[in-house]
Design a binder for this molecule. Structure first.
Ligand code: PMP
Length: 426
């Protein structure tokens, strides 16, 4: 009998390119068919054929409280009953803006948008408008959304599917984008010596989560901060993934580095389409209607999305929230590593807050080129074997994974039992 999943995928491919509305959802790199989900609750998702999975994707990061979390759903329902959108200011927008500014000291003013892509694109335009310069620096393997100027040697799906630099982007558009190696301080210094007065901004994932998980080496972010200050360039931290995921003060708090602008997304929308960019007041005030840099959005600050975001941010502020999340995540990675070691599999893992990286190689990678050395075939085998056991990891060797506060000891234990079974017959 053909599964419902297969039927839906067949039909979807007729009407939707590749059958998916975002390429990372396709199982193209791991093989097989993407899973169509019907519902989620806590740490679990159920597919259309009724099979349950422990979910370590969490919609690619937003669901830090797990699926259909009661307070978030209640807030969304209440907001929806009062009207879906006004295209005019609401008090809830003020509340979330104030909260973001309080929780992230580098942000003095913030503007809400609807996706991480919009946040990154707007931050770049703002930095260019503020400095009157054109060049930007980004790092290979970092993903900042699908804006033209940033789709150069990008991570995430762009990397997974072998098109890190997208077709359809004119050479002139990316002519101002300089791509450097993540963690390469010497390369940075050299570039600033040569082009410092032309560089409007450096955009970086302060912890890179779109080429699997790569931590910044000691001094990398500090060097970035120093060089940007010295040359009058705007330092943009893309915390769309790391924001309220690695800790309450985000990656910038962990490393004690203050960027000029920050982009946020995922967790701040609590599973609804919301993102933001914010930072220094003098820079933010260049935005329309105050200044000449134009940026807008019909659904920006959408009341339902803001309600989900507020309900989420309220809960992550609970005492010990991030300590518990980090220890749960570590329990998972350390558990899988121990099992793999026992079976002699070349495997390692690491985590920060509620975010983790799994690598099929002996040593934790510190650069893009080291990530590329991971055994992709081994990952694909692992992915499918775990899926079969009811554990859903991201369908790519180049994505970070996520644990939510709904993942308890039981879910971690079940995952480890599944890993034991998988590595036993490796
Ligand atoms: N920046 C980073 C660091 C991301 O991880 C993502 C999405 N994975 C984006 C930007 C783009 O966000 P969105 O998909 O909401 O456009």
């Amino acid at each position: 009998m053909t599964s419902r999943n297969h039927q839906l995928f067949e039909l979807s491919q007729k009407y939707i390119p590749g059958g998916v509305n975002s390429p990372v959802r396709a199982f193209k790199s791991v093989g097989g068919e993407p899973i169509f989900f019907q519902r989620g609750q806590g740490a679990y998702v159920w597919d259309v054929d009724g099979k349950a999975y422990i979910d370590y994707v969490g919609s690619w990061g937003p669901l830090i409280l797990g699926h259909a979390q009661t307070e978030v759903i209640n807030a969304v329902q209440t907001a929806a009953q009062n009207g879906l959108t006004f295209g005019a200011p609401t008090e809830a927008e003020l509340k979330i803006a104030e909260l973001i500014c309080q929780l992230i000291p580098s942000i003095e003013q913030v503007r809400l948008v609807s996706s991480g892509t919009e946040a990154g694109m707007s931050a770049i335009r703002l930095a260019r408008g503020y400095t009157g310069r054109s060049h930007i620096i980004k790092f290979e393997g970092c993903y900042h959304g699908h804006d033209d100027a940033l789709l150069v040697k990008a991570g995430s799906g762009a990397l997974t599917f072998g098109h890190p630099s997208s077709a359809g982007v004119p050479a002139e558009t990316v002519g101002h984008t300089i791509v450097l190696d993540y963690n390469d301080r010497a390369g940075l210094e050299k570039t600033f010596v040569e082009h410092g007065d032309k560089i409007a901004a450096v955009i970086v994932e302060p912890i890179a989560g779109n080429m699997n998980l790569i931590m910044p080496e000691s001094g990398f972010l500090a060097t970035l901060r120093e060089l940007c200050t010295q040359h009058g360039s705007v330092l943009i931290f893309d915390e769309v993934m790391t924001g309220f995921r690695v800790g309450l003060s985000c990656a910038q708090g962990l490393y004690q580095i203050k960027p000029d602008l920050t982009t946020l997304g995922k967790v701040i929308g609590g599973g609804m389409p919301m993102a933001a960019f914010g930072g220094r007041r003098d820079i933010m005030q260049c935005l329309a209607p105050l200044g000449p840099v134009y940026q807008a959005g019909t659904l920006s600050g959408n009341p339902v999305a803001v309600a989900a975001g507020l309900a989420t941010l309220k809960q992550v502020q609970a005492v010990g929230f991030y300590e518990r999340l980090a220890s749960k995540t570590q329990q998972l990675t350390e558990g899988i590593v121990a099992i793999a070691k026992k079976q002699g599999v070349a495997f390692c893992a690491q985590s920060v807050g509620g975010m983790f990286g799994l690598y099929f190689r002996e040593k934790i990678p510190a650069s893009f080129s080291e990530v590329m050395e991971c055994d992709k075939d081994a990952f694909n085998r692992f992915f499918h074997a775990m899926l079969n056991e009811g554990v859903y990891f991201a369908p790519s060797a180049f994505e970070a994974g996520f644990v939510s506060s709904a993942h308890g000891d039981m879910e971690i234990d079940k995952t480890l039992v599944a890993a034991e079974k998988v590595f036993d017959t490796w």
